[in-house]
Design a protein around this ligand. Structure first.
Ligand code: HEC
Ligand code: HEC
Length: 227
């Protein structure tokens, strides 16, 4: 009799553990972070980056729910972008405005937009000729991103921004330029992809080497809009 009792206790415990596993109680920490992050997002970011993060807010903001972008950045990168902002652009630094846990929750919320992991083909070393890069930049990028990456109203983001350059690696720039951001005006640049530019790997590498030499402009660019 005792044995049967112990046996049924064990069975109950197994059922309970299995039930908890299925119900996702162990995932609830992340679910909570995402929900809390959404609130912070709605209050602070929606006005520019839009309800769905496509940059469709009433003020200027980029497409941060973009799968190319999300596959190229780590959680730490997202956190740094928000914490340090981008001086001289519309993107404020939230370090002084939000608490640490809000920043972490926001990161969880943005990461939750990611639906796939994209593998990008990126050269192992990214070191090119900045002078050649300048010429290529002026031909293919200046139209939207302005002279020396100063950014252009309603056209292209600031690329000479000190925080952008500090918290973005060469590899991430390479991915952004080569593959672009789907559903934005930043189309792909790499030859063979469906973009207007059709640049070689060397062209892209040279442009990055050039962008690493640009000096930030101090004039404020208040507005930059995606269509
Ligand atoms: C007043 C408009 C505005 C607000 C408010 C704003 N952003 Fe931004 N954000 C921008 C713009 C514009 C950029 C691109 C700046 C540039 O490089 O030229 C940007 C860049 C970013 C980036 C870098 C991604 C990229 O496109 O390269 C992230 C991540 C981001 N914002 C997240 C947030 C979050 C999270 C909030 C809320 C806590 C927020 N932003 C609030 C306008 C805004
Ligand atoms: C037709 C206009 C246009 C052209 C031409 C263009 N871009 Fe862009 N670029 C954009 C826009 C708009 C974005 C922001 C997209 C978004 O909403 O997320 C962007 C984003 C970027 C980013 C990501 C920046 C960030 O803040 O994280 C990089 C890097 C970039 N462009 C580099 C280039 C380079 C280099 C060229 C030339 C080879 C180029 N772009 C050509 C419009 C353009």
């Amino acid at each position: 009799m005792k044995k049967i009792l112990i046996g049924s206790y064990i069975l109950i415990i197994i059922v309970v553990i299995f039930g908890i596993g299925k119900s996702g109680i162990f995932d609830s920490k992340n679910e909570k972070a995402i929900a809390a992050g959404e609130k912070v997002y709605i209050n602070n970011c929606l006005v520019c980056h839009g309800e769905t993060g496509k940059g469709e807010g009433s003020n200027s903001g980029t497409a941060i729910n973009n799968q190319h972008f999300l596959s190229a950045v780590s959680d730490k990168d997202l956190y740094n972008y928000v914490k340090y902002g981008r001086e001289g652009t519309a993107m404020p630094a939230y370090g002084p405005r939000l608490q640490e846990k809000d920043l972490n929750n926001l990161t969880a919320f943005m990461r939750n937009w990611q639906t796939k992991e994209i593998d990008f083909d990126v050269p192992k070393t990214i070191s090119g000729d900045p002078e050649r890069g300048l010429k290529k930049y002026n031909l293919y990028c200046l139209n939207c991103h302005g002279e020396a990456g100063a950014g252009k109203l309603k056209m292209g983001t600031v690329l000479s921004n000190p925080q952008y350059l500090q918290y973005t690696t060469d590899k991430q720039m390479w991915i952004g330029i080569a593959y672009g951001r789907e559903e934005t005006r930043m189309g792909p640049s790499l030859k063979g992809l469906e973009g207007a530019r059709q640049l070689s790997k060397k062209d892209i590498t040279d442009i990055i080497s050039y962008l690493r030499t640009v000096k930030p402009k101090n004039e404020k660019i208040n507005d930059y809009l995606t269509p």
